[in-house]
Ligand binder design. Structure first.
Ligand code: NAX
Ligand code: K
Length: 543
């Protein structure tokens, strides 16, 4: 599984490689430029394996990101390309490694006319303005760009209403850098393919926030490790395609606590296998407490979706606690499920029996229904049980201010951002701008875990942190959350930890959404469930 580092974790890994492995920053910079060139060659080389005739513009800043760009210039010329390099500060202001590599590049000027070097600040040379480039490379800022805004801490949870989000001033880009960003974006409009080194300039390496302007890359060649800012917030859109350049910083230098990207291999490795001939009860016993039905409103659809997803993902026994009036309906929709009524004593017994429990889909939001959820969540049998808490159970926790008093040690809460707003009393806008921060804060503060739905979905539980990028926007439709909760409880019951179950479920859910999206334009939760079989087939029998 690939690690996805924050800008700070990346700086630490850089630092560690210099201190512990006795590598110099200059060596890393050389590798960065060389590997970036190799990636461009892999993608764009002609039949001779060269970039002959391709015209590159490289804009470099005064930090190490700029140094990477200057090294790249050399390798591009070696590969047959023509390069215009603009460095955005006087040579004397470059960091020492960048300055040294610029000296080497300038020696090229004696031997070849394939390179032109310009020093510019606000005003770019006329000749560059007029030239049409095949490629524009952004080597202005990398992980050194930081937004100074401090997200609010979670100690402010309580009974007060969500705080209005007032954007604090983030450090604007300097005029020189802003101009450079706009210039690169203008070259893109003229037809240049934009390549960002490490991060698109103007994008926060950790949160993906773009407080000012940012480069709109077609390709981001990120160095050593993936960065969280490439997947979160606006960073996702600005990054374009992502390629990882190996600059020989070993995996063991990434913090073990760093985020991991869920991928097919991870899911294949941990997916519970159904042993041939095994008894049903060995394949996981699931209890789903969901659904409500009244004269005016029925929310049985949510329960049905969740139960069907649990069954479709291999749980041996699925028991659903639903209103008695809905038994017939449930039997028709999911004949394989055992049904019990929503009677607290009966539910408590079934919790003892179950390997994992899901609570909340379609339970209802009336005062009685919220009290029912509260009582359920305080059952001693649930305290150590793998428990998935979703939808109306989250609503009850928020409305009745139960978050700080929940005694659940192996549970995971699965809100979308609006539900998390209600739970932690921090505005959805604020959470959206710092999703990773709030997920980590939540995990630090509570004994239970969190899965924050969205693109990407973030999961923090059992001391693990996952980023799941497999979802599609089409999944934001009614009922898909119920499917997700059914998948998590099923995998947890089949033996996965709540963290792994949530990560695998989120990945499979996303993949099922993509599969469903291939045959229908607007997918429904039922389409997602129907796609689970092809998804499992695909995962179990890779082409
Ligand atoms: N440190 C290392 O060992 C390595 C670093 N590498 C490269 O170095 C980059 C990080 O280098 P640096 O730490 O020098 O940082 P950057 O090169 O990303 O940026 C540093 C510059 O950004 C300026 N800056 C920061 N925020 C700004 C703002 N809001 N407005 C205007 N200017 C702002 C700083 O004043 C500084 O001059 C990585 O992204 C990567 O490209 C690679 O060479 C590989 C090894
Ligand atoms: K950059």
């Amino acid at each position: 599984m690939q690690s996805v580092l924050t800008a700070e974790e990346m700086r630490e890994a850089d630092y560690e490689s210099v201190i512990k492995l006795r590598v110099t920053e200059r060596q890393l910079m050389e590798l960065a430029g060389k590997e970036a060139c190799n990636i461009l060659l892999e993608k764009f080389a002609d039949a001779d394996g060269k970039l002959a005739g391709k015209r590159f513009l490289i804009v470099s800043g005064k930090g190490n990101n700029g140094g990477d760009g200057i090294v790249l210039a050399r390798h591009l010329i070696n590969a047959g390309a023509t390069v215009d390099l603009i460095h955005l500060c006087e040579e004397s202001q470059l960091k020492p490694d960048g300055a040294a590599t610029l000296k080497t590049l300038k020696q090229y000027l004696i031997h070849t006319d394939k390179i032109r070097v310009f020093e510019a600040d606000e005003f770019f040379p006329e000749v560059v303005l007029k030239t049409r480039y095949d490629f524009a490379v952004d080597a202005v800022l990398g992980t050194g760009y930081r937004s100074a805004k401090q997200p609010k801490s979670l100690t402010q949870t309580g009974v007060e209403p969500p705080q209005k989000f007032e954007a604090e001033p983030r450090p604007a880009l300097s005029e020189v850098i802003k101009n450079a960003v706009l210039f690169i974006n203008a070259k893109k409009k003229e037809g240049a393919y934009v390549v960002a080194l490490d991060m698109p300039t103007g994008t926060d390496g950790t949160s993906g926030a773009v407080p000012d302007v940012a480069v709109e890359a077609d390709l981001t060649i990120t160095l050593a490790f993936l960065k969280t800012g490439l997947f979160l917030g606006e960073g996702r859109r600005h990054a374009g395609e992502i390629a990882l350049a190996d600059i020989s910083i070993p995996d063991f230098l990434a913090k073990p606590s760093a985020c991991k990207l869920t991928d097919e291999n991870f899911v294949r490795r941990i997916l519970p296998e159904r042993a041939a001939g095994s008894a049903k009860h060995q394949n996981g016993k699931v209890l789903i407490v969901a659904g409500s039905q009244g004269a005016a409103q029925s929310m049985m659809g949510a329960a049905i979706m969740s139960v069907r997803a649990a069954l479709a993902s291999g749980a041996g026994y699925v028991c659903a606690a639903v209103p008695e009036s809905a038994f017939n309906l449930m039997h028709q929709a999911a004949p394989e499920a055992i049904l019990i009524s929503q009677d607290m004593t009966q539910i408590a017994e079934k919790i003892e029996w179950a390997d994992a429990v899901a609570v909340g889909c379609g339970l209802g939001r009336s005062p009685e229904q919220m009290n029912f959820a509260a009582k359920l969540l305080s059952l001693p049998a649930l305290q150590k049980k793998k428990t998935i808490i979703d939808a109306d159970a989250l609503f009850a926790i928020a409305e009745l201010s139960l978050l700080d008093s929940l005694q659940l040690s192996d549970a995971i809460l699965t809100p979308h951002v609006k539900e998390l707003e209600r739970l932690i009393r921090i505005s959805a806008q604020e959470i959206e701008s710092e999703r990773l921060f709030y997920v980590k804060e939540f995990a630090k503060r509570y004994a239970f875990g969190l899965l924050l739905k969205g693109s990407p979905t973030l999961i923090a539980a059992n001391e693990k942190l996952f980023l799941c990028n497999s979802g599609t926007a089409a999944l934001a439709t009614a009922g898909t959350g119920d499917v997700l909760s059914g998948l998590i409880v099923s995998f947890a019951a089949q033996g996965l930890s709540t963290a792994d179950a949530a990560a695998a479920a989120a990945y499979i859910h996303g993949l099922a959404g993509s599969f469903a999206g291939k045959s229908v334009n607007r997918i429904s939760a039922t389409d997602v469930i129907n796609s689970l079989v092809p998804v499992f087939n695909y995962l179990e029998n890779p082409a």
